[in-house]
Write a protein that binds this ligand. Structure first.
Ligand code: 5GP
Length: 140
C-alpha cells in the first residue's frame, strides 16, 4: 500500500485550498457535501488526522470519528426525512476508493428512489448549498 499523499484532494479541502459545501467542522473532523451525490444529501465525514483509509488509520482516530458519523447520519435522516441511511467506506482503488484521505460516506436512502452510480454526475451547487444548511441545522 502507498504512503499517505499530503497533496490529495481531500487534504486540500481540509486546508481550505479547495472550496466545499461545508456542513460541520471542528478540531477532529470536517463534514461536507459529496459533489457527485449518489442520493439526495450524500455527504462525507473526514477525520482531520491523516491516513489513506481505514487500513492505515490510527485506532484512536477511528474511535474519535465514528460518533461523528453517527451524528451526521442521524441529522441527515432527520433533516431530509429519509427512510434510512447507508454508510460506505472504501479502501484502495480495487475496492472503489478514488480519493486517498480516509472518509465515510453518509447516504440518506429514500424508499423507491434508486441510488445513483459512484462518482457519477456533479450536482447543482445551489442545491448542495441548501442541503448542507439543512443537515447542519439538524446537527444542533
Ligand atoms: P471514494 O471513491 O474515495 O470513496 O469517494 C470519494 C468521493 O469524493 C466520491 O463520492 C466523489 O463523488 C467525491 N468527490 C470527488 N471530487 C470531489 C470534490 O472536488 N469535492 C467534493 N465535495 N467531493 C468530491
Amino acid at each position: 500500500m502507498s504512503e499517505y499523499d499530503p497533496s490529495n484532494l481531500f487534504a486540500k479541502i481540509l486546508n481550505d485550498e479547495i472550496p466545499c459545501h461545508k456542513i460541520f467542522d471542528d478540531d477532529n473532523v470536517l463534514v461536507f457535501m459529496d459533489i457527485m451525490p449518489q442520493t439526495r444529501g450524500h455527504c462525507l465525514v473526514l477525520p482531520r488526522a491523516p491516513s489513506r483509509n481505514l487500513l492505515d488509520a490510527d485506532p484512536a482516530a477511528l474511535a474519535t470519528v465514528i460518533p461523528y458519523v453517527q451524528r451526521v447520519a442521524v441529522a441527515a435522516k432527520k433533516a431530509l426525512n429519509a427512510d434510512g441511511v447507508r454508510i460506505m467506506q472504501f479502501n484502495e482503488s480495487a475496492a472503489g476508493q478514488t480519493v486517498f484521505h480516509l472518509h465515510f460516506h453518509v447516504m440518506p436512502i429514500f424508499e423507491g428512489v434508486p441510488v445513483k452510480p459512484h462518482s457519477g454526475a456533479q450536482a447543482d451547487p445551489a442545491e448542495l448549498a441548501v442541503l448542507a444548511k439543512m443537515i447542519a441545522a439538524a446537527m444542533h
